[in-house]
Design a protein around this ligand. Sequence first.
Ligand SMILES: Nc1ncnc2c1ncn2[C@@H]1O[C@H](COP(=O)(O)OP(=O)(O)OP(=O)(O)O)[C@@H](O)[C@H]1O
Length: 605
Amino acid sequence: MTIAGVRGVTGEERSDFTKQEGKRLRQRSLSLLKSLLHPVRVRLYLTLVVVVVSTAAQVAGPTLLALGIDQGLSQVVQNHNWLPAQLIVSAYVLTAIVSSTMMAVYMRSSAVLSQTVLIDLRERVFQHTQNLSMSFHENYTSGRVIARQTSDIETLRELLDGGISNLFRGILLMTFTAGALIALDPSSALPLVIALIPAFFLTRWFSNTSKKQFREARTFSARLIVQFVETMTGIRAVKAFRREERNEKSYALAVDDYREANRKVIRLFGTYDPGLKVIGVFTLAAVLILGSFRVANGAMEVGVLLAAVLYTRRFFEPMEELAMFYNSFQNASSALEKVSGMLEEKATVVEPLNPTPLVHPKGKLDFNQVRFGYNDETIVLPQLDLHIPAGQTIALVGTTGAGKSTLAKLVARFYDPSQGTVSLDDIDLLDLANKDLRRAIVMVTQESYLFSGSVSDNIGLGKPGATQEEIEASAKAVGAHDFIMRLPEGYDTDVNKRGGRLSAGQRQLLSFARAFIADPTVLILDEATASLDIPSERLVQRGLQTLLADRTAIIIAHRLSTVSIADRVLVMEHGEIIEDGSPEELIAGTGKFASLHSAWRDSLA
Ligand SMILES: Nc1ncnc2c1ncn2[C@@H]1O[C@H](COP(=O)(O)OP(=O)(O)OP(=O)(O)O)[C@@H](O)[C@H]1O
């Protein structure tokens, strides 16, 4: 199997990776980690020095104790010479002070490190996700994006805040302790060296088995978030279709999966942790028994035995801690795999390196032999040729799924055609800078999305830096001013607060005002299907007319009343334009639009 199965977010939900894939995932996580650590490397090295000094000072303790007992004490007893004892005690105190001061510096420094890295990562994930093309967002659910930004980064925070420093300090402490023991009395180190063999195999077993379980746990935790987010964002549909019970059941199943994955992880710990303890206890017993014999034979001094016992105990102390932090380490490495996968995703719609300037756009739009499909299997637009002169208002009608929104998305460059070109004023959209494209072409979608903030903020989005006068003028132009003034705080009303809640028609008017203030050359409007009452519809209709004046417009018309304000109507079916003409021409004809229109007229009568 190749590594293509784990490129980007592909294979994210799997936990059965081949060796090759696992290696690729590790490399990807590592290179992300490296790139995060690179800007803080100086602090990182300093922190490493500090922790090495602190641990060395800490490990010196038992050796000094042995010296104190065997040398210092005997000098006091035999020669009444207090000096060696005093020197050793002073050195002991000094190492304790150095060790704790350095530890304090280390704690602070590692906290700064972890915070800096996390802020960097959070920003990267946010920016990257935001910049990814629509094709990514339409396939990767928002719940999974949220899981990456929240629970995965939170897991990394746990590791960086506590785990990694303990992990590193633990490894150092073990290495130094073993080194000190070997230097002090190599024979006492022998049981320790032997104990390392079962400890190694136990750890390897734990590492291999737990990796899979941790991956599973992360996948299930992301699934929980996805379910939660989907239910809450679609809460209206949930209520309308009485989906609560079914959702509860499927949520309970997801919770069960998550619990099961965690149970497996905990069970592994239940073997690993006591296993290590048993090895530790046997080693300590061996050191003590062997040492006692040697002390009895006069081959070893009591102080050295005490130090050897202390070192052996200390050697296993961090090992247990390591097992604990291995948890957060494994958890974090599978989180890192997923985050690095998302960061590996590339935007499919990219800005050109040398864009063609667009100085005074006129609004001439051309589709030249455009072929497009969201994936290789299904082609939505087989071959589209469409020429729209500047300033024309087009109404796009057709059966659902005909490809109307797809056509609009290509004009807004949410996607690029697989073949052919879409051009504005004879410049291929691929050659336009993002800022020129966004200024020239604005798409008002059906959802009329409002961001948190005031009514003014929401209209002002269309033109960064717009004055209050401009905002009000655009609201007046599209007929939104009157209802805004009736809101509790007028233009300052928070659209997400009670009282600031707006109706579908009002939202639509606000998005018209937003588009009006942006003053684009080309306006694409996916008209809301929500049926408005007659006065609201009139209001929206009037707003629409003002909005459309003097620009090229493509309206995906769901209301046939809208069609009357268009210069030209296009009827689409299966990705092709089957009728093209003025509303009058088409109504007078015998085609699909004529029958649609007469049915609509009959329904009004
Ligand atoms: N993100 C997507 N990924 C894959 N296929 C898609 C995607 N969006 C739309 N399609 C498919 O493309 C075809 C055209 O969809 P499109 O949304 O353009 O139709 P439409 O004419 O706008 O329909 P409606 O009037 O219902 O909005 C449909 O068959 C649809 O299933």
